[in-house]
Design a protein. Structure first.
Length: 272
């Protein structure tokens, strides 16, 4: 087992550099920090290359079993003293576990949809926290896939993984441009529902067919006009206060669970 006592160790410096997208792209690796996030990656069969741990920061008694599981599937275990681990950590309150793992990279052509598929599509979402929360909601609702169009944030950003609680590894996710996404949705015969605060129809007033794509846009600009023009339906979420729109992750969650409600838990039973 490797033990690191200096925050100037080259392994520590390598991990810190992975906070930057350029280094993630060059190395093909990203950071996965936290017990639940690493556990999710392992449970989904996502490889872990290196697992850094600091017993002084452990929050419970399950950490050794997780380290053993990661080591059994090929991860290099690296014990760190507290100051070295905290140099790598990007959390305010680290729990003493951080992994280096290959980036998630999936093309649309690799996603296979079953019957009654619910797909979440996001366009130009800017904030890692919002994208991560949308992945978490998609996982909870049993969505068949998440399609990230014209991304302005990297799906492998460590803060996306953190906000998703590791569900980046459990939900099929693909990055593409909007035109390719629309072509893929049509090829898969999905009914496309676009969300817009300027729509006339409430999201609860439309009957959703068994296979549906729910499309949300950026908080600043909303959806591009092409999405609104080509959608099968455009819906809004009612607003009764001073705000003119919801956080995009909140909007996505409402739409996903409306699909679940109308389908009698269809999303949660048949796609992944």
């Amino acid at each position: 087992m490797i033990r690191i006592e200096s925050s100037a160790n080259p392994r520590i410096k390598k991990a810190v550099r992975l906070r930057q997208r350029s280094h993630r792209d060059a190395s093909g690796l990203t950071l996965v920090e936290g017990y639940r996030e690493i556990r999710c990656a392992l449970e989904q069969g996502h490889p872990v290359r290196e697992l850094y741990f600091c017993p002084d920061l452990f929050l419970g008694e399950n950490e050794p079993a997780l380290i053993a599981k990661a080591t059994a599937v090929g991860a290099v275990p690296v014990e760190c003293v507290r100051r070295a681990f905290e140099k790598m950590s990007y959390r305010d309150r680290p729990d003493g576990l951080l992994a280096l793992a290959p980036k998630v990279a999936r093309d649309l052509s690799a996603i296979r949809l079953g019957t009654n598929a619910v797909v979440l599509v996001s366009e130009s979402v800017e904030k890692p926290g919002n994208l991560g929360t949308m992945l978490r909601s998609a996982d909870a609702a049993g969505a068949a896939a998440v399609v990230v169009c014209d991304p302005t944030t990297d799906i492998n950003n460590p803060n996306v993984i953190r906000a998703s609680l590791g569900t980046l590894f459990s939900v099929p996710v693909a990055e593409t441009d909007a035109s390719s996404a629309r072509a893929w949705l049509r090829a898969n015969r999905l009914f496309v529902v676009a969300a817009s605060p300027h729509a006339d129809t409430l999201y609860t007033d439309i009957a959703l067919p068994p296979s549906v794509a729910l499309v949300v846009g950026s908080e600043q600009y909303g959806l591009a006009q092409d999405w609104l023009d080509e959608a099968d339906a455009v819906v809004k979420i009612p607003m009764f206060g001073r705000a003119d729109s919801l956080n995009v992750a909140s909007s996505a969650t409402l739409l996903l669970y409306e699909a679940v409600r109308q389908g009698g838990r269809r999303a949660a039973t048949g796609n992944r």
